[in-house]
Design a protein around this ligand. Structure first.
Ligand SMILES: Cc1cc2nc3c(=O)[nH]c(=O)nc-3n(C[C@H](O)[C@H](O)[C@H](O)COP(=O)(O)OP(=O)(O)OC[C@H]3O[C@@H](n4cnc5c(N)ncnc54)[C@H](O)[C@@H]3O)c2cc1C
Length: 409
């Protein structure tokens, strides 16, 4: 069977790429997904402002608002010595949003996938596990895999194949660019809890002493339900032999700041873990007949762990460049590599700053000092709030001058 484009994986990256290619650029698309939607994806469920403009371009921002996700207006940070800081999201730039959502991926991803499925040029096959790529010389021209419902092997052909199969996906591996670099990936686990006390409409990031250089999070889903988890750089976790599940339960049971809030809370799901490939090491993500988007391209923010925004952002760019390849009638690396060049030009700056922030965040003394200063001073808090909201201003956070000025603030 022949298509213009085959997209492998129906997460935010894959569903967005497929929807834009078919809806905006009128391409005949096949979207393959190994699970059946709605499906769960281990995640913190925090959806930042970056996804909003892509949702608007897809025409489904209102649909997302209609499912009533929790709207977050800030971030609550705590330092290893237990000082708590409440920072509102603040943006002077009218094009940026000063709020985010927290929404279970079971619901959010299903909305994106069903939207893709409703577009007439898209064929979707769920419970289809793609397992290998078909090459014609150096050019990727198709996909092989198994329909898990009928147990039948099938082959599909297209001009361009999009790898959107996530952190441990096979596409990047088959192309020789996959594999998780332990210094540039995180392992994280999460569970849902009912009955967590004192939550505000803000995401909470706690730099708990026992877990540095990782962090513990509480992201509220409703007034009482929360997505709770911990994450750590893979290399550090292995070096220190940290058992993340145990670390999470230990914080919930014993941490002076956290434990009282979980006294009457109950875990309402399994605890699940997964890998986060960080954008401090973007992969080669375009070549002859293929592009990679989202986690498949390793685009997660190295400081915050946020990957949904960049998955959707890269999907939008991929759709635009793939359309250009159709206009040129050329699906070779020489045309598709514009995707990788533009992606690097647009994202490298912020990913680099986030990587530096990730390194700074491993310094307990510095964290205690900065959070302490900001907790005591409205001015410092205001400055931090503005800096976190804007990539250019965020650069100030990795400038030693900022810390020198802070000495006198
Ligand atoms: C514990 C944890 C917490 C996180 N918290 C946040 C957060 O709060 N906010 C945030 O923005 N990001 C967070 N992330 C990162 C975020 O989950 C990812 O960046 C995001 O899911 C990337 O989207 P994607 O579409 O690239 O991949 P995915 O969402 O992983 O989608 C890939 C899809 O491909 C399918 N697939 C895989 N293999 C095949 C195959 N062989 N054939 C067919 N289909 C296949 C999968 O079933 C899946 O549906 C977190 C990650 C983890 C692990």
């Amino acid at each position: 069977m022949n298509f213009d484009v085959i997209v492998i994986g129906g997460g935010p990256g894959g569903s967005t790429t497929a929807s834009l290619l078919a809806g905006t650029y009128d391409k005949k698309v096949l979207l393959l997904e190994k699970e059946q939607f709605p499906r769960d994806k281990p995640c913190g469920d925090a959806i930042s402002g970056k996804s909003m403009s892509v949702l608007a371009e897809l025409g489904i921002k209102t649909n997302v608002e209609n499912i009533n996700p929790l709207k977050t207006h800030g971030v609550i940070l705590s330092s290893p010595n237990g000082t708590v800081l409440d920072i509102p999201f603040k943006s002077k730039d009218p094009n940026r949003h000063s709020y985010g959502y927290v929404c279970k991926r079971f619901i959010y991803d299903n909305l994106l996938f069903q939207h893709a499925r409703s577009i007439k040029n898209i064929t979707t096959i769920e419970k289809f596990q793609a397992s290998s790529l078909i090459f014609d010389g150096m050019q990727v021209v198709g996909v092989k895999g198994k329909d898990l419902s009928s147990n039948k092997e099938q082959e599909f052909y297209a001009k361009v194949i999009v790898g959107a199969d996530g952190a441990n996906g096979f596409v990047a591996n088959k192309l020789g660019v996959g594999g998780l670099n332990e210094q540039h990936s995180v392992v994280a686990v999460r569970a849902y809890y009912d009955g967590v006390k004192d939550m505000k409409p803000a995401i909470e990031i706690h730099f708990v002493d026992s877990l540095i250089p990782g962090y513990f999070w509480i992201f509220p889903i409703s007034e009482t339900e929360a997505n709770v988890g911990v994450g750590m750089i893979t290399a550090d976790m292995k070096k220190r032999r940290v058992n993340l599940q145990k670390a999470m339960f230990d914080i919930i049971a014993n941490n002076a700041l956290i434990a009282p809030r979980f006294k009457n809370a109950k875990m309402s799901s399994e605890i699940k873990g997964w890998n986060l490939p960080l954008g401090s090491k973007i992969r080669k993500c375009a070549g002859n007949g293929y592009v990679l988007v989202g986690d498949s391209a390793s685009l997660i923010d190295p400081f915050s762990g946020e990957g949904i925004g960049n998955a959707m952002y890269s999907a939008r760019l991929a759709a635009r460049i793939i359309n250009k390849a159709f206009e040129a009638g050329d699906f070779s690396e020489s045309v598709l590599s514009e995707y990788e060049r533009t992606l690097r030009a647009e994202l490298s700056y912020e990913l680099d700053i986030s990587y530096k922030l990730q390194k700074l965040g491993q310094n307990k003394l510095l964290l205690n000092w900065v959070v302490g200063k900001a907790a005591r001073s409205d001015h410092v808090r205001e400055t931090l709030s503005g800096m976190l909201a804007n990539t250019t201003a965020k650069k100030g956070l990795v400038n030693p001058l900022f810390y020198l000025k802070l000495l006198f603030a």
